[in-house]
Design a protein around this ligand. Structure first.
Ligand SMILES: NC(=O)c1ccc[n+]([C@@H]2O[C@H](COP(=O)([O-])OP(=O)(O)OC[C@H]3O[C@@H](n4cnc5c(N)ncnc54)[C@H](O)[C@@H]3O)[C@@H](O)[C@H]2O)c1
Length: 429
């Protein structure tokens, strides 16, 4: 790639920041990464990758000469005009997004006509406008601002950065928006260049729509159970209609992760703050919460009381190919099982370290078969490939009971039944 690519700064080196930084380095930019987490920066300087994301280690290693890591935002300001902001925006108790990290970055930027903040963090619609007011009050009106929401998915984030479905850029038509368009140009993705508020809303509306699709098919699954239909067949039949599409039509035990729950909440809250009651999202959230608990009902149905029953949880991460445990369905499930007196052992191929910080009262095993040893029942929580390929004959031998609840409808019922196991999916016959 050419040496004429703009250098950039990336503030916040989490899942989004690090992938964005490595991705732009791959496209030829010098990248100045900043984080307030000194330990993370020290690890990155040593060439270690603090998160699990397929392909990221190789991308960072390949571009290490173009990547610089610091805890001081002055290093990014001195070397780059475009500062991508990728700090966390977790939910507050009210459901609004917590913008304190975004505000801290904005406060740390001095008055400058040379620099632009490019907002990658997911923020409520209206954030760009309120930051503009703050900049004006602080005599920092010359600072440029661009909304550039991120759509990458953990687990396939590197691929998503390099081959995005679309790039959305919201700005006021100035130099910074043009510069961001140029940065993304080599990827050849469809470009949506629009105003700042609309770009902010594209992100929130996209996540809310996907979450709605998941809660919708989960409710269909719940109706399939008493009526004898099989939701996998139903989803197959629906998904072939290209107005509907097959993605996000897999029924299961609910969505989790660092984005859907908080972004759906934030949009609902944003609507409420503006005087509109977003009824549909209220239902989407409630359906998801109840869905996480459906496994408990199924366990009771087959095992009776759960006191002293040994339950194996297969997978803990909110989805496969990530170690992210934020809002994972396994958190609710393990807490409910623990409260019901069950004896829980869990196995996850990569998320154990993160899980240990969030989950109490359960044991961790080094392999799936170890977790399954003498279990009365097993629950597939995360559809890791390794778990889908288990030797079900060996599973049946290791377990004390026979019940396997497929929380992701990802297993082959026939195969399990042939191994002597009792299969129960979500909304499956
Ligand atoms: N994770 C995803 O899949 C995903 C996808 C799309 C959008 N997003 C959005 O992107 C944003 C970042 O998400 P993430 O998952 O990468 O978060 P993360 O928690 O993994 O990373 C955030 C990083 O920002 C750092 N940070 C916090 N305050 C800082 C400051 N003042 N200066 C410098 N660094 C600071 C933290 O130390 C952390 O390393 C969020 O708004 C999220 O909603 C996330």
């Amino acid at each position: 790639m050419s040496d004429s690519r703009q250098p950039i700064g990336v503030i916040g080196t989490g899942y989004v920041g690090l992938v964005t930084a490595a991705g732009f380095a791959e496209l030829g930019s010098e990248v100045w990464c900043v984080d307030i987490d000194a330990e993370k920066i020290a690890r990155l300087r040593r060439g270690e990758v603090p998160i699990y994301e397929p392909g990221l280690e190789e991308l960072l290693a390949r571009n290490s000469e173009r990547m610089h890591f610091s805890t001081d935002i002055a290093d990014a300001l001195a070397n780059a005009r475009l500062l991508f902001v990728a700090v966390g925006t977790p939910p507050t108790y009210s459901g609004d997004a917590d913008l304190s990290a975004v505000q801290a970055v904005a406060d740390a930027i001095p008055a400058s006509r040379e620099h632009a903040l490019i907002m990658k963090s997911t923020v409520p619609c209206g954030t760009g406008a309120s930051l503009r007011r703050v900049f004006d009050e602080q005599d920092k009106g010359g600072l440029a601002y661009v909304s550039c929401p991120e759509f990458l998915k953990e687990g396939t984030a590197v691929k998503d950065f390099l081959h995005p479905d679309r790039v959305v850029i919201g700005d006021d038509g100035g130099w910074a928006g043009d510069a961001v368009v140029e940065l993304y140009a080599p990827l050849g993705a469809p470009l949506v260049r629009t105003d700042i508020a609309s770009a902010e809303m594209v992100k929130l509306a996209s996540n809310a729509f996907l979450a709605t699709k998941i809660s919708f098919i989960n409710e269909i699954a719940n109706v399939c159970e008493p009526t004898g239909a099989d939701v996998v067949e139903v989803a197959r039949g629906m998904g072939l209609d290209d107005r509907i599409g097959s993605k996000f039509l897999q029924a299961g035990i609910g969505y989790g992760g660092s984005c859907f729950p908080k972004d759906v909440d934030a949009l609902k809250q944003l609507a409420g703050n503006s005087g509109y009651h977003f009824q549909l999202l209220t239902a989407v959230i409630e359906v998801n919460e109840l869905q996480k608990r459906r496994v408990i009902g199924k366990l009771h149905k087959h095992l009776g009381g759960l006191v002293g029953k040994r339950i194996a949880l297969l997978g803990l991460a909110f989805k496969p190919n990530t170690d992210d445990m934020r809002e994972a369905s396994s958190l609710v499930l393990s807490a409910r099982l623990h409260a019901d007196g069950a004896d829980v052992t869990a196995y996850d191929p990569v998320a154990e370290e993160q899980a240990r910080k969030l989950v109490t009262g359960i044991a961790f095993a080094d392999s799936a078969l170890e977790a399954l040893r003498d279990a009365d029942a097993a629950v597939l929580v995360t559809e890791w490939q390794e778990l889908l390929e288990l030797d079900w004959g060996a599973v049946a031998e290791a377990m004390r009971g026979t019940l396997v609840i497929d929380g992701r409808n990802a297993l082959d019922p026939q195969l399990l039944r042939e191994s002597g196991l009792l299969y129960e999916g979500i909304g499956r016959r």
